[in-house]
Design a binder for this molecule. Structure first.
Ligand SMILES: Cc1cc2nc3c(=O)[nH]c(=O)nc-3n(C[C@H](O)[C@H](O)[C@H](O)COP(=O)(O)OP(=O)(O)OC[C@H]3O[C@@H](n4cnc5c(N)ncnc54)[C@H](O)[C@@H]3O)c2cc1C
Ligand code: FES
Length: 280
């Protein structure tokens, strides 16, 4: 059982929990994730380790409330215990001194890039961070990321904060300004990662994306998380979740995220009835 020590609402439908789990805090590296089962009968969901504090023995997870299991997780309060938390899982991000690295976070992906931005800056890279959301109210982690890099750029779809447009527009401008970019890291919704890869492809700039297929066991046994990379099947839980974006079959990934929509809706309605709340 893992006690929740802190809970914050970062934006509409995005929560942050700090959980006491010393063995994971000690072993966590940027890019790792955990599998969380929020209540005894709930499903398993993968969530990125957004931060780890070895001294306090805690990790932070940040999640968007999109369905039944994230709704159940968000129903927990400070002092409650999460029955099962497995990790750290997945390959850690590859961190070294590359030169200039552009790190891009979209939506809840903004929180997921935080450990990588910290580690890439510490390794001596010039890190340019681009974050984007639909509107200002959905932007998270500006201050935390601002402390970890010298160049933080913000985009919103409606122009309510930073540049009006998409993270990929800002990426295009950085590249066309003649700045030498050695690596791009993009984490966020699948269409965002795909567009970022299309921007960098003609310039042959290596682009790493973090894939988010549905996962079940997250230990390489069930095959649910399979993705196609470079024409080969890979299991994102044990061979990823980070891959070379220029090799990823994004259409296949998008299609594989769709088939359970009806069941997911039924599960959400069921959980909302249990919690006596209205589905959003
Ligand atoms: C390695 C990894 C790390 C992740 N890290 C985070 C994180 O740090 N924070 C966070 O908020 N989410 C993260 N996700 C996504 C998260 O696991 C899903 O949002 C969660 O499983 C949804 O569960 P649910 O039961 O609440 O919703 P469901 O009922 O399963 O789904 C509700 C809606 O969300 C969509 N959805 C479900 N799973 C995913 C998915 N994996 N990616 C995109 N859309 C999905 C469904 O298509 C549906 O429209 C991560 C996924 C992976 C694979
Ligand atoms: S989630 Fe089962 S093999 Fe990856």
């Amino acid at each position: 059982m893992f006690k929740i020590l802190k809970k914050e609402r970062l934006a509409e439908n995005i929560s942050r929990l700090v959980v006491a789990v010393p063995h994971i805090a000690r072993a966590a590296k940027p890019g790792n994730f955990v599998v969380v089962i929020p209540t005894e009968k709930a499903e398993r969901i993968p969530l990125t380790i957004a931060d780890a504090d070895v001294e306090k023995g805690t990790i932070a997870i940040i999640f968007q409330i999109v369905g039944a299991t994230t709704k159940l997780l968000d129903s927990l309060k400070v002092g409650d215990e999460i029955p099962h938390l497995l990790g750290p899982l997945g390959h850690p991000s590859h961190i070294e001194k590359f030169g200039t690295v552009v790190v891009i976070g979209g939506g809840v992906g903004i929180a997921e890039i935080y450990p990588a931005v910290k580690a890439l800056s510490k390794a001596g890279n010039e890190v340019i961070v681009i974050i984007g959301a639909r509107c200002q109210d959905l932007l998270i982690y500006q201050h935390e990321l601002g402390k970890q890099c010298k160049d933080l750029r913000i985009t919103t779809d409606d122009g309510s904060c930073g540049r009006k447009g998409f993270v990929s527009d800002e990426l295009k401008d950085i590249i066309s300004s003649g700045k030498k970019v050695d690596l791009v890291v993009a984490v966020g919704p699948v269409p965002m990662m795909k567009v970022c890869c299309e921007v960098t492809r003609p310039h042959k700039i290596k682009t790493v994306v973090s894939l988010n297929p549905i996962m079940l066991d997250a230990t390489g046994m069930c095959g649910v998380c399979r993705v196609v990379v470079g024409g080969k099947t890979k299991f994102a839980c044990v061979e990823g979740p980070e891959f070379d974006g220029h090799e990823v079959d994004f259409k296949e990934l998008t299609d594989r995220l769709k088939p359970y929509r009806d069941v997911e809706k039924q599960a959400l309605d069921h959980v909302c009835r249990l919690l006596s709340i209205t589905p959003q």
